[in-house]
Design a protein. Structure first.
Length: 289
């Protein structure tokens, strides 16, 4: 499932086509994806202008001029492409079956934005703007990891006294929004923190962040920034809005590299894999203690 860098990469690719455009009409080619579409979905979107396109956690949010927001989730295999409305002209042709094109937005700037989803695990909702923060999807969602809210003091406060593994807490969307398995593994390696360590052990007796915890926020921000620069990671289905693949998977230090030499300078360890809460964790037992 796409993580924060993949969703943010898609947002950046879509924004030039969507923001400021008016939706002339919407082709809704099926009644549901993961969930049924909202009642009168296509009709309610017709004529609406898109004021902004934001990301919250792993969701895309299009703010509309009707005091509503279009909330979109990519699921396991969802992607968007941008085409010209002129017949036969395509900005970014993609090798995707049209049978999986489920929603097409026709815009007044001459572009079509098509949502393609072979597994149909994504979804789209229409939420009143005033109710967005209180919606079940966003109520209680944690800080954005690229913002100022994520720092060592915040993590120390959240980790203090906790016996759960540090990796499990970083994956908890109520604590940090948008982090997933890949980037937590990579950030913990950069910070030289064991994913198996009890979170509370990273906090001093006085509640201050220990040395390892002090390194963690910077490592999280750096790995996300590097992934964004590379266009995210394409392991299975992720593509950018222009149809190109992300390339951060070629820069993985530990994720999916079981048995490889640890890339930390001077470390002679080997990347190991363990299972935590049904997910694979990759780390170096030698330098991540």
């Amino acid at each position: 499932m796409p993580e924060l860098p993949e969703v943010e990469t898609v947002r950046r690719g879509l924004a030039p086509a969507l923001v400021g455009a008016r939706i002339l009409r919407v082709e809704q080619r099926r009644g549901d994806l993961r969930f049924p579409f909202p009642p009168d979905f296509a009709r309610r979107l017709g004529g609406r202008r898109i004021l902004d396109l934001r990301r919250r956690a792993k969701y895309l949010i299009a703010d509309l001029d009707a005091d509503e927001a279009l909330v979109m989730h990519l699921g396991m295999s969802g992607s968007f492409r941008i085409d010209e409305d002129a017949p036969g002209r395509f900005h970014h042709p993609r090798d995707k079956s049209a049978a999986h094109d489920h929603v097409v937005f026709h815009l007044d700037n001459g572009r079509r934005v098509t949502y393609n989803d072979p597994r149909r695990f994504g979804f789209m909702l229409l939420v009143p703007a005033r109710e967005l923060d209180a919606h079940n999807l966003f109520r209680g969602v944690g800080v954005e990891p690229l913002g100022e809210g994520l720092d060592a003091a915040m993590l120390a406060n959240a980790f203090r006294g906790r016996k759960a593994p540090v990796k499990a807490l970083l994956l908890d969307q109520r604590l940090v929004a948008g982090l997933g398995n890949i980037y937590v593994c990579e950030a913990l390696h950069r910070a030289r923190v064991s994913p198996l360590a009890a979170a509370g052990t990273l906090v001093t007796a006085t509640g201050k962040p220990g040395a390892a915890l002090a390194r963690l926020p910077k490592a999280i921000k750096e790995v996300l920034a590097d992934a964004l620069e590379a266009g995210g990671s394409s392991l299975r289905d992720h593509r950018q809005a222009d149809g190109s693949l992300g390339y951060f998977q070629h820069s993985f230090r530990v994720y999916d590299r079981e048995g490889a030499a640890c890339p930390t300078p001077g470390c002679k360890g080997t990347v190991a894999r363990v299972t935590q809460s049904g997910r694979s964790t990759f780390y170096c037992p030698r330098c991540q203690k």
